[in-house]
Design a binder for this molecule. Structure first.
Ligand code: TYM
Length: 332
């Protein structure tokens, strides 16, 4: 059976981008067709300036939202990265296989290190080595598929390179994974700045729909979304990014393709109203289940405890094999 691994980073409240680009596939498709693990990757949240209490709260919230989105602990493994030591153990080994130049070429490193520098802070070494930890997340489980949004493709490519290189140097140890992405909405854009990705850690939340936004907030954000000059509704991601983003969101919520949907609208106002209705309906059950789960916090704790135990059991043999393959002396 195919093994699937994917994760979400608790650096901010989860967004519609996270949901449409990744989490919905995990819940609707992936957990039903494969042996799947989904992880709140909290170690990754430490690579930038952060408040410890906030990381803890966001980790808990992200795990709760994964369950509220329909991940079923009877079908898949849901856990928190720092509860399984194998991620950090393997990351160090892979640092011995990766090169400094390779890390500096990563687009997200370039973007995020520029942000940290602009804030006057220093760039943490862990931000540079972040993709190695991500490779460890995937390779520790022998995952063959990694369902992610567009922005993670380069990191999964790097993971493939590291797996192949390790196997060539030290003998076959790792499965070589590939990224899979949703057909539409693999890159949901910010509603106020459709040239940028809708990202959970943007400064202003005006262009970002959070999964826990109240319905009237969702409506307001969508009705105020930036559209393009011209008044005719048409799909063209390069020339008309604002309207195209709304059409993609609608297509992702209701099915159909964005170009086909564009013909049904005579005005931006009518399109925005339908997008708002569709997103509110899409998120309603997630918000409701989230509320119920918050009231049952012992359940979430139990899921994470048994998820980590299961994950540990899967990762340990592979990581131990990597230790031996690289020449480390067994403890006895
Ligand atoms: P993160 O937390 O930024 O995002 C989680 C998932 O959501 C997708 N995503 C989007 N998809 C479409 N449109 C958007 N605007 C959008 N924003 C985010 C991301 O592509 C991702 O699939 N490095 C990863 C976390 C990670 C990971 C892993 C993922 C760590 N280890 C191992 C897979 C496998 C990240 O920062 O995702």
């Amino acid at each position: 059976m195919t093994r699937i691994f994917s994760g979400v980073k608790p650096t901010g409240h989860l967004t519609l981008g996270n949901y449409l680009g990744a989490i919905r596939q995990w819940a609707d498709v992936d957990q039903h067709r494969a042996d799947a693990l989904f992880c709140v990757v909290d170690l990754h949240a430490l690579t930038v300036e952060h408040d410890p209490g906030r990381v803890r709260r966001l980790s808990r919230q992200a795990a709760t939202l994964l369950l509220a989105s329909g991940l079923d602990p009877e079908r898949c493994t849901v856990f928190v990265q720092s509860h399984v030591d194998e991620h950090a153990r393997l990351s160090y080994l892979l640092e011995c296989v990766a090169s400094d130049g390779e890390m500096r070429r990563m687009i997200q490193y370039k973007e995020k290190s520029a942000v940290e520098q602009a804030r006057g802070g220093s760039v943490r070494l862990s931000l540079l080595t972040y993709p190695v930890l991500m490779a460890a997340d995937i390779l520790a489980y022998g995952a063959g598929e990694v369902p992610v949004g567009d922005d993670q493709t380069q990191h999964v490519e790097l993971t493939r390179d590291l797996a192949v290189r390790f196997n060539q140097r030290y003998g076959h140890t790792f499965a070589v994974p590939r990224a899979t992405r949703p057909e539409v909405a693999a890159r949901v854009m910010d509603l106020q700045d459709p040239a940028s990705k809708m990202g959970k850690s943007h400064e202003s939340g005006a262009g970002i729909i959070y999964l826990l936004d109240e319905p009237d907030v969702v409506r307001k954000k969508i009705m105020r979304a930036v559209t393009d000059s011209g008044s005719e509704v048409g799909y063209d991601r390069a020339a008309r990014p604002g309207v195209s983003n709304l059409l993609e969101i609608l297509a992702a919520c209701e099915g159909g393709d964005p170009e086909g949907l564009s013909g049904a609208y005579a005005s931006y106002g009518a399109l925005k109203k339908d997008v708002a209705d569709a997103v509110v309906e899409l998120l309603r059950p997630v918000r409701e289940r989230h509320q119920a789960l918050v009231a049952d916090s012992a359940y979430v704790g139990d899921v994470l405890r048994s998820g980590a135990e299961r994950a540990r059991g899967m990762a340990r043999p592979t990581v131990d094999a990597a230790y031996r393959a690289m020449g480390l002396l067994p403890a006895g």
